[in-house]
Ligand binder design. Structure first.
Ligand code: ADP
Length: 470
């Protein structure tokens, strides 16, 4: 039997999941999949860690709608049937779209946290409720199982205030009408991968292009978000599969005066705009590239034009550019879109090798060329799983350290950010010194630090506080 982390990503019409087994401190995917078509004709697909199909079935029938609650029950039942003999759930990690000002790092969920997350629903009414339904479903099924919320907004917290503002009265800014930014789990993953792939870029100026059915760009310096194209909602910035991207607010006023209801405008902006809206053909880049409809070509041209323009804008925000990274469905799989975007950035010195681009190699720019250009597949679930493990371990760290920790006990791990501050208290100063030394040796630019007990500890309280809370 080994411990397992379940990762859930509940969207408006789908429930995505991954199961990670924990062996020798390493997380590896045991299964992943999705129930899509919730509310209509639901379909369940799952594969194992090697990509072999484990399930591919239609769910529900015409007499019964198959919603989030049914989807979660089905998933739990399926996971139990398949893994009860080999895996013990240690925790569930959730992708939660909005953490507001309160949650700037992964958080263990309890009743108070859940209440706070519910208060954020007005900021993202189409997304947050689905995330919370999944959390409550797990609570009902396994009340004692730890759950951890990982936020799409968190990576963008800590940016300069000027980048978070709209040109609106300060009172609205205080009430949360600000440029939050999203896709943070994806950007965090890419920043981490880049640290491994190109350590010399870790202090550099990088723009990550997350181009999927939702699309945004993030300007990153020293591994931290500097600015991003999505803002108050997931509508802003680049045009997307069905979402509009940047829009003059005057258009909304025009439509309201023209008699459109709020619901119909919402439907227009989220579901009938972007690539689908312009082309009238599809929201899928593959279908647009295959189409001979002139509006399909215009939709692609618009997508590329807006991406190039926004990269220019973020380059100014960074004061220069050392690298571009393409990721997500379009960024990872479409050589043509990458080539067109890079061609539009030739004025910045961006060049790519056609063969490397065609094959989607990791680095697609000629050697020594700056800015360098990269293709790195994103993995938001991996970020959620590792945060979940770290939070669960650190939440028990306090209790474990208050008991006698024998020499040679396994290391404890804490998520540790550069702004965090560890307070060690208790009579065993020696133990405190020892811990402090190990922390100093550790890589605090990362997020995980191992604390290794190295002597008898009677009463060492271990607190982690954010710099802002001191
Ligand atoms: P999300 O996770 O937001 O649902 P993805 O990152 O999976 O989205 O991206 C899905 C999109 O990626 C599809 O709608 C399609 O436009 C695009 N895509 C996937 N494969 C290809 C491909 N081979 N060529 C061009 N576009 C692709």
């Amino acid at each position: 039997m080994s411990d397992a982390i379940f990762v859930l990503n509940a969207g408006s019409s789908s429930l995505k999941f991954s199961v990670y087994g924990l062996a020798d401190q390493d997380l590896s995917v045991v299964a992943s999949g999705e129930i899509e078509g919730l509310g209509a004709s639901a379909h369940f697909k799952a594969k194992d860690g090697r990509g072999r199909m484990l399930a591919d079935v239609s769910l529900g029938d015409s007499t019964r709608s198959f919603g989030h609650a049914e989807a979660f029950a089905h998933l739990a039942h399926w996971a139990y049937e398949h893994f009860a003999d080999e895996l013990v759930p240690l925790a569930v990690g959730h992708r939660v779209v909005h953490g507001g000002l309160t949650f700037s790092e992964p958080t263990l969920i309890d009743a108070a946290v859940l209440k706070r997350l519910e208060q954020l629903i007005p900021l993202v009414p189409l997304h947050q409720p689905h995330n919370l339904v999944a959390i409550k479903a797990v609570m009902r099924l396994w009340p004692d199982l730890p759950q951890v919320a990982c936020f799409d907004t968190a990576f963008h917290r800590g940016r300069a205030q000027v980048t978070e503002r709209f040109g609106l009265p300060d009172e609205l800014f205080r009430r949360g009408v600000r440029r939050w930014g999203f896709h943070g789990l994806s950007y965090e993953y890419i920043a981490g991968r880049l640290r491994h792939l190109a350590p010399d870029l870790s202090g550099g100026r990088v723009i990550v292009a997350h181009l999927g059915s939702g699309a945004s760009l993030c300007a990153i310096r020293d591994g931290q978000s500097v600015d991003t194209t999505m803002s108050f909602s997931v509508l802003d910035g680049l045009p997307m599969g069905t979402r509009c991207g940047t829009l003059d607010p005057g258009v909304i006023l025009f439509l309201l005066r023209d008699g459109w209801s709020v619901d119909s405008i919402e439907d227009l902006l989220y579901k009938r705009s972007g690539l689908l809206g312009i082309s009238g053909v599809s929201n899928d880049v593959r279908a647009l590239l295959a189409s001979d409809c002139p509006l399909a070509a215009e939709a692609i041209e618009f997508f590329v034009y807006r991406t190039v323009r926004e990269i220019g804008s973020l380059t100014a925000a960074l004061g220069g550019l050392d690298a571009i990274v393409f990721t997500a469905g379009i960024g990872e799989n479409s050589p043509l879109i990458r080539q067109q975007v890079c061609q539009g950035l030739a004025w910045l010195g961006v060049r790519i090798d056609p063969d490397d681009n065609q094959h989607g190699n990791v680095c697609i720019s000629p050697e020594g060329c700056t800015p360098s250009v990269w293709v790195i597949p994103t993995d938001e679930e991996a970020v959620i799983a590792s945060h979940t493990l770290a939070v669960v371990r650190s939440s028990s760290a306090h209790a474990r350290w208050r008991t006698r920790a024998p020499a040679g006990a396994p290391p404890l791990t804490l998520p540790l950010h550069p702004t965090d501050h560890l307070v060690l208290s208790g009579p065993q100063v020696l133990a405190g010194d020892c811990l402090t030394r190990r922390i100093a040796e550790a890589d605090v630019s990362g997020t995980i630090v191992a604390l290794e007990p190295c002597g008898p500890v009677d009463d060492v309280a271990l607190h982690k506080t954010k710099a802002s809370e001191r």
